[in-house]
Design a binder for this molecule. Sequence first.
Ligand SMILES: [Zn+2]
Length: 279
Amino acid sequence: MESVHRFSQRLFPISSLPDKCFKTCKSSTILKYPIFFLGSHSCNVLQQPTGPLSSGRFISNNRTYRSTSTTRRAGGWFLGLGGKKKEVMLPDIVKAGDPVLHEAAQEVPVDEIGSDKIQKIIDDMIMVLRKAPGVGLAAPQIGIPLKIIVLEDTKEYISYAPKEENEARDRRPFELLVILNPKLKKKNDKTALFFEGCLSVDGFRAVVERHLDVEVTGFGRDGSPIRVDASGWQARILQHECDHLDGTIYVDKLVPRTFRTVENLNLPLPNGCHKLGVR
Ligand SMILES: [Zn+2]
């Protein structure tokens, strides 16, 4: 997350958002190790989000939103329908150290949820998430300090991890979730310790203690209230992404002495560290 902007300005109304919120980048990074995955995996087919408000346009008021990350839309190309190969420019993922990742994000006014700008941000987030690929992304990770998260976990992604590990983590597939202004509550005092990673701190992992069962309320992309009851790995993803909206990355709350490179992931934990698993 390499944006050089500071985001201390209040951002509303949303019509003033692009100038402050869109980061400009010189290069893109396709991460070798997706968030929460332990092996490398590359995702070749990008799915274009659907919906009436989907748009390939970039939001731009006075400033061009630049990125060199490009990818083809799945549409006609994937279906073999011919025509021009459209390229979609995507924002890059902001990396640790950028102020946008370390400051609280702003709520999205509910009456702005249906706006083209917010819908475009959501579309971009979904595409960036799938391109990475990852299982969760918060708007600050593309340089936008708004309370929006997207997450999904698929059978395919899960298949890259050993079965025993998926069982221990209670990791099960779930469909794409888009939540605006999420509010997270733990449902009980059960916690679990597992390694996790972040698209904004690529190449590293650390053990983080997370609640096992959480409830998240907020709004869907259509502006209607939603509530998600989650447990296991999905609950962990929700906590990780909601933390981003508070300006917290997992490194801020890791279990000391467990931080390591992905290459060293399977090396033993230091003496005195709790065993991984549910506590
Ligand atoms: Zn993250």
